[in-house]
Design a protein around this ligand. Structure first.
Ligand code: ZN
Ligand code: ZN
Length: 224
């Protein structure tokens, strides 16, 4: 069993208050086995976590969160950067690009409307080749997550969980429990396609402790 928060932002991505050096301590405190850092648009932004993982002897995976035309897409197992993918491409184009490189593409918070962009919404049902759907995002409300769970059932796809933390208290509020052990970003992408995992955690409105991020941040003013 491997408990991983698959959706975490830090100061390195420019829109989170989480200091990279605080991630491992908090992850251990809340019982995670690993985290995956998913900064916006560029895999390279999270490069300092290679050293942090080694120093702390704690597994840290790295992916990225890409802003497609219709919404946000989590990319695992492909070290994509701005030079590879300009922001705002159609989501299907990016899913195909990721799959050709052996990665896993997972729409993030597909029913969460942002201030600057509309949610992917039911257009998710027309996507081909996504590995899974983020069905439990710890920074969005339960009705949005329930809609994402519905979409996953419709499409016969597994769901993943991640906190989408932009504040340290939110880390681990949602996560994914994998049946198998693995160590590399490529292995994580393969595991995501294999589907042997389950989500754990809670939505933003089903929690008593403070979220650590504002409702505005959670709703997408600043690229959730
Ligand atoms: Zn997002
Ligand atoms: Zn995010």
């Amino acid at each position: 069993m491997l408990k991983i928060d698959l959706h975490v932002h830090t100061l390195l991505g420019g829109d989170s208050a989480i200091r990279p050096e605080d991630v491992v301590g908090r992850a251990r405190l809340v019982g995670l086995d690993a985290v995956c850092i998913t900064e916006h648009h560029a895999y390279d932004l999270s490069a300092p976590f290679v050293q942090i993982a080694a120093q702390e002897n704690f597994p840290i995976f790295r992916g990225l969160e890409y802003r497609a035309e219709e919404g946000h897409l989590l990319i695992y197992g492909v070290p994509a950067g701005r030079g590879d993918l300009l922001p705002g491409l159609p989501m299907q184009t990016v899913v195909d690009w990721v799959n050709r490189r052996g990665g896993a593409a997972v729409p993030a918070h597909p029913y969460q409307d942002g201030m600057v962009s509309r949610a992917l919404g039911d257009r998710i049902l027309g996507l081909k080749g996504i590995a899974a759907i983020e069905t439990l995002n710890g920074s969005v409300r339960s009705d949005k997550n329930e809609r994402a769970q519905w979409a996953a059932r419709q499409m016969g796809l597994p769901g993943i969980g991640g906190s989408d933390a932009h504040g340290i208290q939110a880390l681990g509020n949602a996560y994914t429990c994998f049946e198998d052990l693995f160590h590399t970003d490529s292995q994580l992408a393969r595991a995501l396609r294999d589907g042997r995992y389950a989500v754990q955690g809670s939505s933003a409105d089903h929690r008593s402790q403070p979220l650590g991020i504002s409702e505005e941040a959670a709703s997408g003013t600043q690229l959730p």
